[in-house]
Design a protein around this ligand. Structure first.
Ligand code: AMP
Ligand code: MG
Length: 345
């Protein structure tokens, strides 16, 4: 299949034309990648099992991992759920459009493969002009997981989508680099007490003033045992080409680990904050942002994870970040990307 690429439009009129063409493909049951404020999404008509099946095939995504439905208007939510719990209304009022996905009781109007047979459906309204224009022009709710091959880091640039999915999807709308850089926060509002199933762009601290008893799914804590409540959280994700070792300790500990691996003759590449990078006498180092600005680290994380090719490193050592604010999402993704975690005791 030839993948059509629409370069970033410079004029409003060009942009309208791009949106028209991409929306026509979506209405024709094809799969199109488009930017959102979090990462690039791979969209298809959420009411069509056939269109949604194309997403699973293009990504190589396990069929039991449900998709998030993107909507452009609140009225589209009502068409997909039995009812909207009060707490969900409050969260929508405060955070939509934005990086917050709500798991709601499904009325089974979304295609069966969107929800992987669950009685709930995950919905969000993205805060991106291209995504919103596509939703409006197509008139469809769009199922849209991240536009990467399953298991790879999520795409934050159109070129990342191209690397993973060229020839496998109908089109890619280039909207430049995405802003937030990690996926949306998923909150289960069908449960008695809302639970964060996946930390993301909206933080627990953001949600707490509205929902003081909100908790993060305890199964996401870094200990083996419990099954996460969100089906997708059990899979390997976000993996770079070389094995990633996550170093959980202070800067001295990181430097010691790096030195001892170099002494063993290993070809090591590093992903670090600018603060740690400044202390290292080593190459190559990829900087993903400043430790003092975790939103910057979130924005640069997936680009850094995609940076090293297999030939460049036997091992990638990556720094850890504080787990407050968007740091919870950063560490959730890094733990899932890591093949080894090395902790300082
Ligand atoms: P992605 O589309 O790659 O951003 O992943 C979507 C995430 O939302 C995965 O972790 C899914 O398991 C989760 N998800 C989607 N629908 C539901 C649902 N109905 N209940 C719980 N988690 C869901
Ligand atoms: Mg994904």
């Amino acid at each position: 299949m030839e993948t059509k690429i629409w370069p970033q439009a410079t004029a409003g009129r060009e942009q309208n034309q791009v949106i028209k063409e991409a929306a026509a493909l979506l209405r024709d049951q094809q799969v199109v990648a488009f930017p959102t404020e979090t990462v690039y999404g791979l969209g298809a008509d959420a009411t069509s099992e056939e269109a949604v099946q194309r997403i699973f095939e293009a990504k190589g995504r396990p069929a039991d991992n449900p998709l998030i439905v993107h909507v452009g208007e609140r009225s589209q939510v009502e068409e997909l759920v039995t009812h909207i719990p009060e707490v969900a209304k409050q969260l929508m009022d405060k955070f939509w459009p934005g990086p917050l996905t709500l798991v709601l009781p499904s009325n089974h109007q979304a295609a069966r493969n969107v929800t992987a047979g669950l009685n709930t459906v995950a919905i969000r309204m993205p805060d991106d002009p291209i995504a919103l224009a596509l939703l409006k022009e197509s008139g469809l709710p769009l199922a849209a997981p991240s536009a990467n091959r399953s298991g790879r880091p999520s795409p934050t640039e159109a070129d990342h989508v191209y690397q993973d999915l060229q020839g496998r999807i109908a089109g890619i709308v280039d909207g430049g680099p995405t802003g937030i850089g990690v996926e949306s926060t998923v909150v289960d509002c069908a449960a008695e007490i809302p639970i964060i199933l996946r930390p993301g762009g909206v933080t627990k601290e953001d949600i707490e003033p509205l929902v003081p008893d909100v908790i993060i799914d305890p199964a996401l804590a870094d200990q083996p045992g419990e099954q996460p409540k969100s089906p997708g959280m059990k899979y390997t994700h976000y993996a770079p080409e070389a094995p990633l070792w996550l170093i959980e300790g202070d800067d001295v500990f990181f430097r010691e680990q790096l030195e001892s691996m170099k002494e063993e003759g290993q070809r090591v590449a590093v992903i670090a904050s600018q603060e740690l990078a400044g202390q290292l006498n080593h190459e190559p180092v990829t900087v993903c942002g400043s430790r003092a600005q975790l939103t910057e680290v979130a924005g640069g994380l997936y680009r850094a994870l995609r940076h090293y090719k297999k030939s460049e490193a036997e091992v990638i050592l990556c720094e850890s970040f504080p787990e407050y604010g968007v740091g919870a999402a950063i560490m959730n993704r890094l733990r899932k990307a890591a093949t080894q975690k090395i902790k300082q005791y």
